[in-house]
Ligand binder design. Sequence first.
Ligand code: V47
Length: 376
Amino acid sequence: MIRAALPSLDRIREKVEAGERLDAAESEFLWHDSVDLHELGELANIVRERKNGNLGFYNINTHLNPTNVCVYRCIFCAFRADLRESRGYAMGDDQILARGREAVDSGSTEMHIVGGLHHQKDYDWYLGIIRLLHDHYPTLHLKAWTPVEINWFCHLTKRSVRDILCELKDAGLGSLPGGGAEIFHPEVRDKICEHKADTQEWFTIHRTAHELGLRSNATMLYGHIENAFHRTDHLLRLRQLQDETGGFQTFIPLAFHPANTRLSHLPKPTAAFSLRTMAVARLVLDNFDHIKAYWIMLGIGTAQAALAYGADDLDGTVRHELIYHDAGATTPEILSVEEIQRLIREAGREPVERDTLYHRVERDGVRWRAVPAPAG
Ligand code: V47
């Protein structure tokens, strides 16, 4: 019987230099401690620079979490509240419009909107948020609702994914954020978020969005109860859909923050683990243009270092982030444009402001316009 050769880093290096795809065994091998982190980073950097040159992207964005009340009880989430809890809230139209005004006045190009699934809010409430913001602030790109919310809307209305997405798009939805992915493998997913949209539903919703011309992002929540096999499986499933549709823009690894969650006994992922995750993602997801180091959850230092480990984007200046700060994130709640540019420059990269769809942004104060994305 001929046995398949064990993966080797030399062979992986040859493949990366030749632009060849890593197989499943090679992808899983990269997580092993015996694979030197710096060498891994060097390989990821080859791909990063091939795709995006020396550019380091950022955007100017504002978050909106219209409610934290949620019917689900994902054990990794510190943000959710019960209906009758005093910390539970749901925003009114005035508050939502005020947030939109603040976003526009601060020069934001994007509003990132995700929230809980409120027991007493119907689909029209969620649809109305998109319509309200789009009608008042048409220049803001609305990156809103993960498959978890979309799946909930289908459940509430008994309508199809396509129907719901078409209506949201008509109302002003610009793209889908990457959340709700967590870990796709059922061994883990069933334990950390047992009732919400399952893996098949998550993929159906992104596939349908791509078919309708909506771009979307993808995430992976790492550093809790999953292992290398589950993370590899997660990345390979994403790579497969991207082969089919090409609709994903960026992949965002999300480091688990344990404080105030039902997994608070677990340690936070270390910087070394986060850099390895960034590098493996860059190497395995050969068909994704961008890998984002979300500074809010990585911490500023690790996010900056990640620009040499495969990442090409730091996300945004970010106003009003709640999900990670409720889970113990100690990062600031906002970075100024000057600070984010300095972080990118200090990491040896050229800062480029982008819009949600990765067009270069040219601006004069809070007025801006998108021009075609720069070549790497
Ligand atoms: O799906 C929740 C994660 C996600 C915790 O698309 C947690 O540009 C760590 O998806 N520790 C929502 N993670 C955030 C998200 C996102 C963030 C930034 C940019 C984009 C984008 C998307 O946050 C959830 C979940 O995976 N999350 N709780 C926690 N305690």
